[in-house]
Write a protein that binds this ligand. Structure first.
Ligand SMILES: NC(=O)c1ccc[n+]([C@@H]2O[C@H](COP(=O)([O-])OP(=O)(O)OC[C@H]3O[C@@H](n4cnc5c(N)ncnc54)[C@H](O)[C@@H]3O)[C@@H](O)[C@H]2O)c1
Ligand SMILES: [Mg+2]
Length: 352
């Protein structure tokens, strides 16, 4: 879809016209909905709603996958009416995106209520029956969703959680009011604006040139190893966090680092994962695991990691009581980081 838009040209100050791409049009539309409460309310009329209950998304099962259904405003009003809830609850919904045809997508938690009415938290089983789905914890469902649903539900959950936890102004103690889109909250008594926050986290795959360093925390599923991760401390650059985390967790000094990719991660409460490769000097590879942070860490060869990446299916205990070595699933950025390392190693070992 192409729209025409006036663009002020810097030098001559005349209006020139060029077609806007679908992506730009969509981005500008979402920007308008965040800025203009009336436009956002209007968009709800033709929009679609992802539903949650107590931060667990409504999902339906289809061929070993979960699907996240969307409901129209009419369907939502009918549902709320059926369970004795006020249609005003729709004001608690948050904007999370839109389709290429500018159908705005919202998320609403039927179990969280900004007016603290307990009636909202009941009726969960009946709602599941009515909606022909189940409210399933995102942690359990994330890896059985397609990439688009995973991304939409992660954003929605992080935003809904943020609103639920920021009902009051931390200065005046007064209730804060969200804008229609949910992109901010304002304290009416002092006009302080609160914006949704996320915590920056670095995730680093350390290599000594031929091997890579993987670690596990006791909370990880049995047998699963991942790259080193850590929250940025206030005042730190990404580079400083990587140096500190690697030193803190495995007692090594990073020599060089390279950015790989980033990802929004909904756990524990909305993080921006920044993934990087790092190297240590070949002679300085002796790991000293910080047992307060990690259960264990070890160097793995290219072949070990390449084999683990190919492994599919569930990871059951072996006869000797151990669990096979496996890596995070595709959707996690650590998987992408490890895969990229394996591919680079494969290329560099090919004859010139
Ligand atoms: N998407 C992925 O591929 C992937 C892979 C590994 C880890 N992760 C995520 O990275 C996150 C950070 O990794 P970690 O647990 O090793 O971090 P970490 O090494 O910094 O240790 C966690 C500790 O840091 C402290 N901390 C500091 N700031 C915090 C904040 N804003 N929120 C919560 N705790 C904070 C807490 O004491 C916490 O126990 C994890 O929560 C995990 O969900 C994602
Ligand atoms: Mg860590």
């Amino acid at each position: 879809m192409f729209l025409y838009c006036g663009i002020a040209c810097r030098r001559k100050f005349f209006w020139c016209y060029r077609p806007l791409s679908t992506y730009v049009t969509k981005t500008r539309y979402l920007f308008e909905l965040k800025e203009d409460d009336d436009a956002c309310k209007k968009a709800q009329q033709t929009g679609a709603f992802y539903l949650f209950h107590g931060l667990a998304p409504l999902l339906q099962t289809s061929a070993h996958q979960y699907l996240a259904p969307r409901h129209s405003l009419l369907e939502l009003e009918r549902l709320l009416g059926k369970f004795g809830q006020d249609a005003q609850r729709i004001e608690d919904s948050v904007l999370i995106g839109c389709s290429e045809q500018q159908e705005a997508w919202f998320a609403l938690d039927l179990g969280l209520d900004s007016s603290f009415s307990i009636s909202a938290s009941s009726h969960k089983p009946e709602m599941e029956t009515e909606l022909k789905g189940s409210f399933i914890e995102l942690r359990k469902a994330l890896f059985q969703l397609n990439a688009r649903d995973a991304s939409m539900l992660s954003t929605a959950q992080a935003l809904l959680r943020w609103h639920d936890a920021h009902q009051f102004c931390s200065r005046s103690g007064q209730p804060t009011k969200k804008n229609v889109a949910g992109s901010k909250r304002v304290c009416p008594s002092n006009n302080i604006i609160y914006y949704p926050q996320m915590a920056p986290v670095v995730i680093t795959l350390v290599s000594d040139g031929t091997r890579c360093l993987l670690a596990r925390q006791s909370s990880f599923p049995k047998g699963m190893y991942s790259a080193l991760a850590g929250f940025c401390d206030i005042g730190e650059s990404v580079e400083e966090t990587i140096h500190r985390e690697v030193a803190e967790e495995v007692g090594l000094e990073v020599e060089s680092l390279q950015y790989c990719a980033s990802q929004h991660w909904p756990f524990p409460s909305g993080s921006l994962m920044i993934a990087c490769h790092a190297t240590v000097k070949p002679g300085q590879t002796e790991i000293q695991v910080n047992l307060r942070e990690l259960e264990t860490a070890a160097w793995f060869s290219h072949d070990e990691v390449a084999t683990a990446l190919k492994r599919k299916g569930s990871y059951t205990q072996q006869q000797n009581g151990t669990f096979p070595f496996w890596l995070p699933p595709k959707l996690a950025i650590s998987h992408q980081l490890i895969k990229e390392w394996v591919e680079k190693q494969t290329c560099s070992s090919l004859p010139a």
